[in-house]
Design a protein around this ligand. Structure first.
Ligand code: N01
Length: 607
């Protein structure tokens, strides 16, 4: 870190001033583009429309999605001997977010050796320390081939409803292809980053140029592919909105190809170096069996500030988060003396100052450099890493339109108005994020009706209520994989999804072996988990209130609990231990288990 001394008082004042600008300005309302923008009702990657007859069948398990979390769940089921399964996905292939998001520059910011699931099982060696989206998609396909998942998947198929039938103890799933699929168990694997959002900027529907979200990139308009080479942008004026993980990956490619690229910035991104590099083949081949999970555990221990002998991943995440996240998550705030908190805050100030110093070193134009400096604590937003984002502001084609926290004012037919000035544009790319959050109700596209006929969206309208974030009363034989609310979290989403997959496979395979018709968590168990969540809650209120708005702190709206405050506060290791103890017990205190004989009897009874 470059800077050793910082003016703490000045920085605190500056951070609050910058936060206030954004709290009271800038349009933070969003619209769901689905139904408004035709791009969202079609699949840009579909080579052809699959034609097939409607399916009527009965299986043991349905995965409501075919992303990496679904593949993990299915792989663990496979290992437990459960193979009568089905994946249903609107997409045309496996991959989930990596199927839809193919924008230029897409790359995972978590190390490939811990992010990519099932590396040892499938025998994949990632090409680089941080994989491209293309490579991750290839790996998703390799997993599917390895486990013969293609024969179990129906793609380009939207689920239209899932209803629990108490008489037969089956979920009845219907689709837009006329399918009726009955299943004993249903695993919710639709992820939490599949619903894009557009800011509700006045006039957005009036814009007559090309406008799209990165998760529906239009390469027929830009040319190129996810590696870049956007040759059709030559001569075009392009506007980019968004300085999150997505926006900063796209920007260098626009800068290289468009005649003019305008970045409409509401909040500057805090960007550290990525330092990507090719995999050392000899090192990779020297890993001994079991290395993959060990490395994932080591990463999480490092970023949680747990004691470790050696930081195996050794990147910007482990170096910064190890010291900072534990404190900002409340661990230090609640237990440590005030001087420890002060020391950590000082470390955060210094780290952020080093990022601002880097901007000064790289960017030639002083005004642009000043505008690119981020004034907030590192974990107010997801930390960002790039080796070409800051650098691209030296390109003569690039214009940074710093709206000083206000965001763009409005769209017109021909462009965007920001800071009172009109910018003529041929194309606007809305890297404005996703509806991050719960599996339901925010992101649901179809009703899931439980035992009483209530939908999950209705049940969770006031907040998620569950056991471990995975099971919920009134919805038998239904488990979510890869959820974050009421569950333990990790910056490595795949590590979390793996634990959920292990849980689902253990519970389902055991139920099938023991001829169990249904398992449902009790209301009492749900209430006890709510109490546990409360007793373990990390109080991040002070930290998050001082943050610049973003999806970590409900866009600055403190009237409801923020994302992290709804996650298990005891940490992921402790949470995983709770899951393990639960599945190794007979969980009878928490569930109502119905045997198959009981179910057949009830099915024969008149309604
Ligand atoms: O979205 P975001 P994202 N005017 O919500 C801006 C994952 N991911 O798609 O900062 C102007 O982070 C908004 O501005 P501000 C990852 O989990 C992972 O980039 O709020 N600007 C912000 O800059 C990530 O966290 C990888 O002021 C407006 C941006 O839009 C999540 O996806 C890679 C605006 C939204 O940022 C989402 O990232 C990529 C307006 N009216 C993504 N409205 C990995 O590598 C919004 N913005 C694993």
């Amino acid at each position: 870190m470059a800077s050793s001394s910082v003016d703490v008082k000045m920085l605190h004042k500056k951070y609050i001033e910058e936060r206030d600008k954004r709290l009271h300005n800038g349009n933070r309302d969003f619209i769901d583009p689905i139904g408004y923008f035709p791009d969202f009702d079609r699949d840009p990657w579909a080579i052809e429309r699959i034609t097939r007859d409607a399916i009527t069948e009965e299986v043991d398990v349905v995965m409501t999605g075919a992303g990496l979390a679904a593949e993990l769940a299915a792989a663990h089921l496979h290992d437990a001997g459960v193979t009568n399964i089905r994946f249903i996905d609107e997409a045309g292939d496996f991959g989930g977010v990596w199927y839809w998001n193919r924008y230029p520059g897409i790359r995972c910011d978590i190390e490939s050796y811990i992010y990519l699931p099932l590396l040892e099982e499938v025998g994949t060696m990632p090409r680089e320390k941080y994989s491209s989206g293309k490579e991750i998609l290839e790996h998703a396909r390799a997993i599917a081939r390895h486990y013969d998942f293609y024969s179990k998947a129906i793609f380009q198929t939207k689920i239209t409803g899932a209803t629990w039938d108490e008489a037969s103890d089956r979920w009845h799933i219907t689709t837009n292809r006329g399918d009726v699929i009955k299943t004993r168990f249903m695993i919710g694997t639709s992820g939490y980053l599949h619903r894009p959002k557009f800011p509700n900027v006045p006039g957005i529907m009036d814009f007559r140029g090309r406008i799209f979200h990165p998760s529906r990139w239009d390469f027929s308009y830009t040319g190129g592919d996810s590696d870049g080479d956007l040759v059709k942008l030559k001569g075009k004026r392009v506007g980019l909105i968004g300085t999150g993980a997505t926006g900063i990956q796209i920007m260098p490619h626009l800068a290289k190809y468009a005649y003019r690229t305008y970045l409409f910035q509401r909040t500057p991104a805090a960007v550290d170096v990525r330092n990507n590099r090719p995999t050392d083949v000899a090192w990779f081949k020297s890993q001994i069996p079991g290395w993959h999970v060990e490395r994932m555990d080591n990463f999480h221990a490092a970023v949680s500030g747990e004691p470790i002998e050696r930081d195996l991943v050794d990147d910007c995440w482990t170096r910064a988060a190890g010291r900072l996240f534990k404190s900002t998550a409340g661990g230090v705030n609640s237990n440590d003396p005030a001087d420890a908190i002060e020391a950590l805050q000082r470390y955060d100030y210094e780290l952020m100052q080093s990022l601002r110093d880097r901007v000064d070193k790289v960017v030639k134009d002083r005004k642009t450099a000043d505008s690119l400096k981020a004034w907030y604590n590192l974990f107010c937003k997801r930390p960002l890493y790039s080796d070409d984002y800051i650098e691209c502001f030296n390109e003569p084609s690039v214009r940074l339109i710093d709206t000083d926290g206000r965001g763009v004012e409005r769209f017109t037919k021909t462009g965007i108005v920001a800071n009172g000035q009109h910018y003529d544009l041929d194309c606007v790319i809305m890297a404005s994020g996703f509806q991050v959050g719960a599996y339901e109700p925010k992101t649901a596209t179809y009703p899931i009706r439980g035992r009483t006929g209530q939908t999950l969206a209705d049940k969770w309208a006031g907040g998620v209520r569950s056991v471990h974030g995975l099971w919920t009363h009134g919805f038998p034989n239904f488990q979510v994989v890869g959820t974050i609310l009421q569950a333990g979290v990790s910056f490595n989403y795949m590590w979390l999804a793996r634990q959920h997959a292990i849980q689902a496979a253990a519970m389902i395979s055991r139920a099938l072996r023991e001829d169990v018709a249904s398992i449902e968590v009790t209301q009492d168990a749900e209430d006890r988990w709510a109490q546990t969540m409360q007793s373990k809650a990390q109080d991040r209120t002070h930290f998050e209130e001082e943050c610049t708005p973003g999806y970590f702190n409900n866009e600055g709206n403190s009237s409801s609990p923020t994302l992290f405050m709804q996650t298990y506060g005891g940490g992921a290791f402790e949470y995983f231990d709770i899951l393990r103890r639960w599945r190794e017990s007979d969980y009878q205190n928490d569930t109502v288990v119905k045997r198959a004989a009981q179910s057949r009897k009830s099915a024969l009874e008149p309604a």
